[in-house]
Design a protein around this ligand. Sequence first.
Ligand SMILES: *Cc1c(COP(=O)(O)O)cnc(C)c1O
Ligand code: SF4
Length: 435
Amino acid sequence: MRYQTYALHNFKSIPQIERLSEEDLLNIEVVGSVLPFKTNNYVVDELIDWDNFREDPMFILNFPQKSMLPEDDFNRMAELLLSNADKATIREEANIIREKLNPHPAGQLEYNVPELNGERLNGVQHKYRETMLFFPSQGQTCHAYCTFCFRWPQFTNMDGDIKFSMKEADLIVDYIREHTEITDLLITGGDPMVMKAKSFDVYISKILDANIEHLKTIRIGSKSLSFWPYRFLTEPDADDMLAIFKKITEAGKSVSFMAHFNHPQELSTEAVKQAVQKIRNTGAIIRTQSPVLNHINAHSSIWAEMWRKQVELGMIPYYMFIARDTGAQDYFGIPVVRAWQIFQKAYTQVSGVARTVRGPSMSCTPGKIRVVGVTEIRGEKIIALEFIQGRNSDWAARPFFAKYDCKAQWVDDLKPAFGGDNFFYEEELAEMLLK
Ligand SMILES: *Cc1c(COP(=O)(O)O)cnc(C)c1O
Ligand code: SF4
């Protein structure tokens, strides 16, 4: 299968696009000038339901929607486009709007970049003790772009500094070697599976050759099974990529392929089923994750179906996230209480083998905070929370409580229950961030 991408400059050549009205097209052009826009022939031909595209979750996942921008910003950008403003003016306006959309949530850049011999290791984040994140520089794009993506500043070239990138595999090897607490290396992006097998192998070979005893698991965060399963079927180096996975498992390390799926529709094609099988045949384990998103999957039956289908295909449900406070969060965000209700209701509809999933979880500055549920203690309605991961690892699995708030969409909106001033971790966190 030939890979054909579509973005702002050529999306009108998509055959199905003739179903769109002039207004639909303008909306895409306006919002696509601010948020990243890219889709491809697999999504267009095999995932999107064009008979119902305005409500179709796969269409909304890739095609910018009018209400993803605040009305004023939309109107100003629309005016510029309709008056044929020059590129520089459009870019300037786009950057102003982007800055208002919180492009760097949860202190991603400032706080988590480690040092090696006194130098910052760009392209690396080490926030949780056991797991190091690595963003290989050639993997900082995706086979298509999710309209909700919290990494969207990386794709827009607005600022060279915010692009995590690192070429030197030697540096990560040195860092892991020095940090014996690291058991997991999570290679992420963008999507590392956009890399050629040859480039990917540069990193993997160095890591395996270093023979680091404490490194047990290599994780690969990827949306390729959703956006381009042919990566593992018909690409010229499909078998080479699979051979690399096999090489890792044969070296005695586990490969955990962290697959990003947002909707059961992404699990329905022959191509995805075959690709899942091919990856599993290498000895890799596939775990799945997704945010809960208004307009895409904010319903318990969607999640129950997704988890059931994943298990059926041999994958392990792993995370349900709450949409981050960035980009089009007003469009995609739902209250944390609502996210928990969806989780709880879906959880009750699946058997224990699908209840490996954890969530709904917020990845925020203190850690990954899970909404355990809503309950009442001594007459006060509260939200129970716990850390799945903490910036201090000792915070994990410690329950704490927030005042019930049916509107709160993020941890910053929550207040401690029972008249407390601070959550238990806040003082320690403030000290940690000063360092
Ligand atoms: C989620 C995450 C990890 C991995 O956490 P697990 O609980 O091991 O899946 C590692 N680093 C960062 C920064 C993360 O957000
Ligand atoms: S696949 Fe991941 S990194 Fe890529 S656009 Fe979607 S959410 Fe962002």
